[in-house]
Design a protein around this ligand. Sequence first.
Ligand code: HEC
Length: 593
Amino acid sequence: MMRLFFLLATAIAMLPAAEDGKALFEKNCATCHKDPPVNRAPLLEALTRLSRDAIVLSMQTGTMREQGAALSIEQKMAVAEFIARSAKVEPLKGLCEPGYEARTDSSFWNGWGVDEANTRFQTAKMAGMTASQIPKLELKWAFGLPNSSAAISQPAVVSGRIYFGSQDGTVYSADARTGCAFWTFKAPVTVRTAMTIGTVGHARQAVMFGDQQANVYAVDTRDGKLLWKAKVDDHPVARITGAPKMHGSRLYVPVSSVEEVSSGSPKYECCKFRGSVAAVDVESGKVAWKTHTIPDPPRPTKKNSEGVQLHGPAGAAVWLSPTLDLKTRRVYVGTGNAYADPETRYSDAVIAMDMDSGSMQWVTQLTERDGWNFSCVNPNRANCPEALGPDVDIGASPILRVLPDGKRVLVVGQKSGIVHALDPDANGRILWQTRVGAGGALGGVQWGMAADEEHVYVALSDINKRDKAGGLFALELATGEKAWYAPPATPSCAGVRGCSQAQMAPVTAIPGVVFSGAMDGVIRAYDAKSGKVIWEFNTLRDFQTVNGVKARGGSLSATGPVLAAGMMYLNSGYGVLGGISGNVLLAFAPANQ
Ligand code: HEC
């Protein structure tokens, strides 16, 4: 890291005027970072919100290392200079006064899905709110995330404090009522996972999370000091997207990657990454077991049209936060598409692993032959798999629920637009399947669903289907039948680039109310019985923030509302997947509270 910064400093000093950043960008980057963007590539407008360092680092050692491989450090600087119009690093403001104590509260929202089963259903007691108070929700404070084009780390609220990560790698601990900050911890790269709080070692409390270089951290909740850091995958572009899940003395860590993006370069030896789950000991940070989603390691397959050696099988990344079944002691994950041939039965699959040993118990593949990577959208398609598919990952955590008759269901939403119910007690046998949309790479169920005792609530993306995008479904847990459907609202952001009515964001529920955010920046609360909208708030605007950082709302996408101790917290802004950039964490409470 030090060496790189030295290099950067030297490079700035030596930057030759001859390097034309704009021309370099057009030649090397604009094939994907254009309008409309290619699949997941952020728009140039979204990239301008990153600092110059972040852009160079991305090309040097990060996500864009393959795309930047042909450029010298001077050329990378010139590209970054072209992209970054504002690289001002703002000092942290809005710290709590010395000696300030958080008002502790025993209710909490911990981790991604609020419970082991990933229901995203918070009880009224824990939420500190009932359905009748939701129409009275109003904004209490906003927190601006510096150097960020997206607010991507779902917060956790425990003992009166809120914890969240950010795109520039800063993790914050703040007062849950007022938003004043207690401490920050700086990871070298983006931290986008939800936060998990647990007891580590000698009654010490830690906040745990993963970063975009496949590191897991445990940080002391009192002062933000690092307790341990563990690398769970050696692949150069492995990362942690889904939140680690804690139970007992273990943290179950899902591992994904951006090798799909690296593969866009015909010179890249596609592909060697396999998704996995690692069980990490929370006291020591040591990996107790690690199970790959694809058991067979990649082998050389054939040479591509450029004479570059290819490898496979690869892919089946785990993007989501694992679901734990404490009755059978199993970990359930859904996997993404394959990156390379040969095809396997492990991509787009639900996999059950033993919580104690990691051994695979059963596999239910939901879509066969779904090979895809960025080479498939390049003219020469050098690395595009023969078993080419629609790119319909499972990116939403499976939800485990007990039906009134005592039978159990594992409900899985997929980018294909289909919601599947599996029998966790019969090796993942399919119980029912309901189609809610057309599906596709950015379609169907993207980031998550919620379920109460009767219904699973499903938000539809289908962003490429324009006026057919969006909508919220309530499905009967027992049968998959539609109980109600709330159509999407006309997007309120007409004319803004990235404006869409699609509902990619994960759903959250409390008794009687379902929350679903849309790409146009509007969060809505729906009556859980009828689907009628009972409250909404448009986050697509500038906000005054408690920490003095200029902040704006944008698309609601990768994270959903978190309710605890009488407040509701919501990230706004997601300049990825074609969405509208933003950088704000919002806190709401019912009026007069
Ligand atoms: C093959 C398509 C492609 C090309 C070519 C490409 N990018 Fe990207 N880029 C992407 C995608 C896709 C992402 C989003 C990755 C993700 O999912 O996080 C991305 C993300 C980024 C980011 C966001 C930060 C990060 O590390 O995730 C930066 C900065 C970036 N690209 C810069 C560049 C630059 C500069 C170039 C030219 C040297 C370039 N990209 C070329 C596809 C591409």
